[in-house]
Design a protein around this ligand. Sequence first.
Ligand code: Y39
Ligand code: FE
Ligand code: FE
Ligand code: FE
Length: 230
Amino acid sequence: MQQLATELKIDFQSEEYKDAYSRINAIVIEGEQEAHDNYITLGGMLPDLKDELIRLSKMESRHKKGFEACGRNLSVEPDMEFAQKFFSGLHENFQKAAAEGQVVTCLLIQSLIIECFAIAAYNIYIPVADDFARKITEGVVKDEYSHLNFGEVWLKENFAESKAELEAANRQNLPIVWKMLNQVADDALVLAMEKEALVEDFMIQYGEALSNIGFTTRDIMRMSAYGLIA
Ligand code: Y39
Ligand code: FE
Ligand code: FE
Ligand code: FE
C-alpha cells in the first residue's frame, strides 16, 4: 500500500509534515502510555483478570516504544505537552471513575472508546504512512482489536448490570472524542488522513462494539447521537 503515499506525493521530510507529525506522534505515544496505565489500574479493579490485564498493559508499552521509533525515524520531536492536554478530558474521567470503583465506566473509556479511536486512526494511517511507520502500525492495530475484544467480552457477560452505567458513561465521554477529533483534524489532513474517514471508521467500530455487547440498533442510534452535540 506504499503506492497511495507515493501517488499522493507525501513528502515525509517537509517541515509541514514534520510539524504536524510532532503532535500526532505525541498523541499516539501519550495514548499508548495512558492505555498502559489504564490496564494496570483495571488489573487492580478486576483481580480475577489481573494477569490478562497486565499482559495487555505490556502490549501498550511495546506500542509506545514502536511509535517513539517512528518519530525518531523522521527526526521528529514529539510535543508531549500538547498530547497530555489532548488526553486530559478522558484521562480525568477515567481517574475519577477508577477512584469510585466504576469498572464499567473505566472499561467503556479505555477498552471501547480509546481502542476504537486507536483502531480508526491506525487503519486510516496505514495506507499513507512511511514504510517504517506502516510496518509498526500494522503490527499494533492487530493488538488493538484484541483489546477492544477484551472489553466487549467482559461487558457482554455483565450487560444487564452494566447497561445504565454504560449509557451514562457514553453520554459523558463520546462528546469528548468528538472534540478530540476536531482538534486533530488539521494535523491529520497534513498526514493525508481525512476527518470524515476517521469519524466513519470510529463510528463503525464503536457501533459494532455496542452491538456485540448487547445494545439494540435503536440504543446504538440514540447513544451515537451524543457525539454530535460536541
Ligand atoms: O489502546 C491504545 O493503544 C490506544 C491508546 C491508543 C490511542 C491512540 C490514539 C490515536 C489517536 C490519533 C489521532 C490521529 C488522527
Ligand atoms: Fe496500543
Ligand atoms: Fe491500544
Ligand atoms: Fe490498546
